[in-house]
Write a protein of this length. Structure first.
Length: 157
């Protein structure tokens, strides 16, 4: 076979490369969307577990400190004696931007007594904290995150 007869190329054409790259891009976009959803689901699960841990830690603090609740959950729980938490728990949704931790509300109601609420603003970044409903002796929460308290918490849509 002479060089003039061998006109077939062993490489890919530009059209073939564009088609393959387009298919790869479509597959990657589908995979990235599902991965983001799984990350968010994992963060929500983490929040639910950690705020339950914080509720137990605040209750333990109350038992060990003469029936008083901590003023904050960032330093009070890690520096308490006996130590309750080794380190502050980090909220993946950054609810308390100053301390990089979960939100914490502490107050007193004449009928209920002292109440607290620990919450995460959630994946939508809701800025409203749970609100104390004195008439019904509970917290109402409209955020996309989670909340726990020593009083009932009602999550509203």
């Amino acid at each position: 076979m002479t060089p003039a007869e061998n006109t077939q190329s062993n490489g890919f054409t530009l059209i073939e490369l564009v088609i393959v790259m387009s298919c790869v891009a479509i597959i990657l976009s589908v995979v990235m969307k599902s991965t983001r959803g799984m990350q968010q689901e994992a963060q929500i699960t983490k929040v639910q577990g950690e705020i339950s841990t914080l509720k137990s830690a605040v209750t333990s603090y109350w038992k060990n400190n003469g029936g008083t609740y901590p003023e904050n959950i960032t330093t009070a729980l890690t520096s308490a004696s006996p130590q309750i938490l080794a380190e502050s728990l980090i909220d993946p949704f950054n609810t308390d931007a100053v301390n990089n931790t979960y939100g914490y509300e502490l107050g007193t109601d004449p009928t209920f007594g002292t109440y607290f609420c620990i919450y995460s603003q959630g994946p939508r970044g809701d800025t409203a904290a749970p609100a104390w409903d004195a008439a019904n002796q509970r917290f109402t929460y409209t955020g996309s995150g989670a909340a726990v308290s020593n009083a009932p918490v009602i999550k509203l849509p």
